[in-house]
Design a protein around this ligand. Structure first.
Ligand SMILES: C[S@@+](CC[C@H](N)C(=O)[O-])C[C@H]1O[C@@H](n2cnc3c(N)ncnc32)[C@H](O)[C@@H]1O
Length: 415
């Protein structure tokens, strides 16, 4: 390891598990962590060449298990040799279930004596195995990865065979889901990478670090702002351009924790109003009022009755209320407004005129900074980009101006 190891410390507490803090002052823009992945995996059941990671339908002629494209002569010698020696396995079962490859890569890391240290790092990672047990994702992966792998017959060729059971395989899948970084694939689509040190950083919806991954899959993590010695190094695990409810939901179902960062806890999302609505009553009175989601003050003596379900109790903890006039919206109305807007966005797909009309219509109900309006702006900007790249369409000055304006609006949120 290089000198950068002096820039961070691994610590642990009950709230976050393990996390990183700054071991010294880190300046804005300064790189404090460089890391290579211990695993690179295809996403979404894609079939990718195990060597160059491009999409392919070809397989290695020697081991016959891993995908290998025509442009690549070979892949990892140890993996290929071990698999080639497994004479009576059901190769078709492996090929038909591409999610098996993630498991296979974890098992091969465990097998290879040269990779013991990497495997130790992998198996120590947070899995939230018990929270996943029996869930929908558990059942789905049981069917599409765990069972086919166990039925393929390759288990008997692995060391310490008794320990290679459903539990271990689900643990691998859970570790990947909780810890992976999304990476752009060399052709199209996404890959998933496991970077054990970078994965230790705790989450915050306003991060103080930025991770970038180069074409050789090396990750570089640098500070987005000055970070004082002793401060936590926070990465953002989710899309910063989503509203609080959406971010919290994704973090809960994907990473198994309730985000309590300052942005999630603040009804105005630190003044950005990315989840706020326009108050109709204030608009009637010719003033601007914004409806935000606030925690309800519990009435004195009010207690949750045994009959209340957990979700109804959770809903009752929140209130959508105007900061100016205290006018309220019910949670159902808010849900409907969002669902209807999403439906209309779906139907406007790829049509700039429909998007622009929708944008001006929704501005009556949603705060101009609302994340759905931002999403529409991004969609319009993407369409305008392709128009501007096509000189045969002879785009006029207005198209350029609109594109610049939209990009300025979007960039304002990325600071
Ligand atoms: C990528 S791992 C981070 C490393 C992990 N803490 C460990 O000990 O291996 C993500 C997990 O860390 C914990 N975590 C990260 N950020 C958190 C936060 N802001 N609040 C609560 N838990 C957090 C959660 O358990 C989450 O599933």
């Amino acid at each position: 390891m290089n000198d950068l190891t002096k820039k961070y410390i691994i610590e642990q507490n009950d709230a976050f598990g393990r996390y990183l803090t700054a071991a010294a002052d880190i300046k804005a823009g300064e790189t404090f962590l460089l890391e290579q992945p211990i695993l690179l995996l295809a996403s979404n059941g894609d079939r990718r060449c195990t060597n160059c990671l491009k999409l392919t339908t070809e397989f290695c002629r020697i081991c016959q298990v891993f995908a290998l494209c025509d442009n690549c002569a070979s892949h990892n010698e140890y993996d290929c040799g071990l698999l080639a020696g497994m004479k009576d396995i059901q190769v078709d079962l492996v090929k038909e279930n591409p999610l098996i490859y993630g498991l296979l890569k974890c098992l091969l890391l465990r097998e290879n004596p040269e990779n013991t240290a990497y495997y130790e790092q992998l198996i120590q990672m947070e899995s939230h195995l018990e929270a996943r047990r029996g869930s929908e994702i558990w059942r789905d992966l049981q069917q599409r990865a765990v069972e086919p792998l166990l039925q393929s017959g390759l288990r008997k060729y692995l060391k310490d065979v008794q320990s290679v059971d459903e539990n271990l395989l689900h643990k691998y899948l859970a570790i990947i889901d909780v810890n992976c970084f999304e990476i752009r694939a060399p052709d199209e689509g996404q890959l998933r990478g496991i970077y054990p040190l970078a994965a230790l950083m705790a989450h915050n919806c306003v991060s103080n670090v930025q991770a970038s991954i180069d074409e050789h899959y090396q990750m570089k993590v640098y500070a987005r702002c000055d970070v004082a010695k002793g401060a936590l190094l926070y990465n953002c695990y989710t899309n910063v351009l989503l509203g609080t409810d959406e971010r919290r939901h994704l973090l809960k179902v994907g990473k198994y924790f309730d985000c309590k960062c300052a942005r999630c806890e603040d009804p105005t999302e630190l003044g950005s109003h990315m989840s706020s609505f326009m108050c109709a009553r204030c608009a009637d009175n010719k003033r601007a009022g914004f409806i935000v989601k606030k925690k309800k003050e519990p009435a004195q003596g009010q207690q949750q009755t045994a009959k209340q379900t957990k979700s109804s109790a959770t809903k009752q903890l929140w209130l959508w209320q105007c900061q100016q006039c205290e006018h309220t919206l019910t949670a159902e109305t808010v849900e409907q407004l969002i669902e209807r807007a999403k439906e209309e966005m779906f139907h406007a797909k790829d049509d700039v005129t429909r998007y622009e009309l929708l944008l001006s219509k929704l501005t009556r109900y949603f705060h101009p900074n609302h994340y759905l309006l931002l999403d529409i702006k991004q969609n319009i900007a993407a369409i305008l980009r392709s128009i501007l790249q096509n000189f045969s369409l002879q785009p006029g000055r207005k198209v350029y101006e609109r594109k610049v304006r939209l990009c300025q609006d979007i960039l304002a949120f990325c600071k």
